[in-house]
Design a protein around this ligand. Structure first.
Ligand code: ZN
Length: 337
């Protein structure tokens, strides 16, 4: 199976400048990795519209961002707009929308979307942390609009995906699972934050310290997979940040490039099992260029391969932990809309 590779050249035109780590060379490196795995970029996606964005963002934020098109503007000292930023963000969101539409129409089964700027820190009312609009949230809302009853989002970026989680915090139709480095950036993402109101129980935070390939594999097999099986999503969206790579300069996690490949292989197998194979992996962070290239190549190869067999349970979890995980999955199964 050849996964679909979506990207757009406008995503290179967001240039925060100076020595900002979120630089155009990141996307070029990821694309080299995907092409080395045999994927051919499709750049046909149209930009997102204002109407697409206001499904998950306040109109005031969207209008303020659109008004900054063509000029430099500092949202905060780290979140910097250049003359090409608005075009880049609209095309990045447009790629996320195109991927979602093709997956739900049955025109693609696995999509790798390589875009920038990243999106998962963008809140409903605020740009933050190198992010302007939240592409994975835009994709989740589009999936719901097109008839998906339930959408699961798994965020593997090293940073807590605050924006995505908060946008769907009270929404029981979007399960948000977030694996991130504990106490990195931004605040939040605590283990005991399980969502609010009708969305309580549909948020899962896994704050980690120094976790590597084996820990990620065990968490996905023993916690993420049972939760997603219980939830029965129609589509699986992955916020694919490569800054959990051991080479990344902004975080302290220990995934290898091969580990990213195994992780996405497991998630693709899960999508095959419960979501009709519909999986979208959307680039978020990742700031070491060599790691971006090799990890993207590993992910592209994993998505092109048949699903791996389920791994045997890891022995690291105690009985009490296993019981808690079973209760969590049973609760999600009972309450999923
Ligand atoms: Zn990140």
């Amino acid at each position: 199976m050849t996964p679909l590779l979506l990207t757009h050249p406008a995503c290179l035109e967001h240039v925060p400048g100076g020595d900002h780590p979120e630089r155009p060379a990141r996307l070029a490196a990821a694309l080299r990795g995907a092409q080395a795995a045999g994927l051919t970029p499709d750049t046909s996606a149209l930009p997102a519209t204002r109407a697409d964005l206001v499904r998950v963002h306040d109109a005031a934020l969207v209008d303020a961002l659109l008004a900054a098109a063509g000029r430099h503007h500092a949202v905060d000292p780290e979140t910097l707009m250049s003359p090409g930023t608005v075009d880049a963000m609209l095309h990045a969101a447009g790629v996320a929308l195109e991927a979602t539409r093709r997956l739900l129409a049955g025109d693609a089964r696995r999509v790798l979307a390589l875009v920038r700027p990243p999106g998962h820190h963008a809140e409903r009312d605020r740009a933050l942390g190198f992010c302007f609009v939240n592409h994975v949230a835009v994709a989740a809302a589009e999936a719901r609009r097109l008839g998906a009853a339930r959408v699961a989002v798994v965020d593997v970026d090293a940073h807590f995906g605050n924006g995505t989680q908060h946008i769907f915090h009270a929404d029981p139709t979007v399960l948000c699972v977030d694996l991130h480095e504990d106490a990195l950036f931004p605040e939040g993402g605590d283990l005991d934050d399980r969502g609010r109101g009708p969305g309580h129980g549909f948020t899962i935070n896994l704050p980690l310290l120094g976790a590597g390939d084996a820990t990620y594999a065990a968490l996905v097999d023993q916690l993420v997979a049972p939760a997603i099986r219980a939830f029965r999503p129609d589509i699986l969206l992955i916020s694919l940040g490569f800054d959990a790579h051991r080479a990344d300069p902004l975080a302290n996690l220990e995934l290898s490039s091969a580990g990213y490949g195994h992780l996405l292989g497991r998630l693709a197998a899960l999508a095959d099992e419960v979501a009709g194979g519909r999986l979208l992996a959307l680039l978020e962070g990742g700031y070491d260029l060599a790691a971006l290239e090799t990890a993207t190549r590993a992910v592209a190869r994993a998505l092109a391969a048949p699903a791996p067999a389920a791994a045997p349970p890891a022995p690291a979890f105690t009985r009490r932990c296993a019981d808690a995980l079973a209760a969590l999955a049973a609760g999600i199964a009972r309450e999923a809309p």
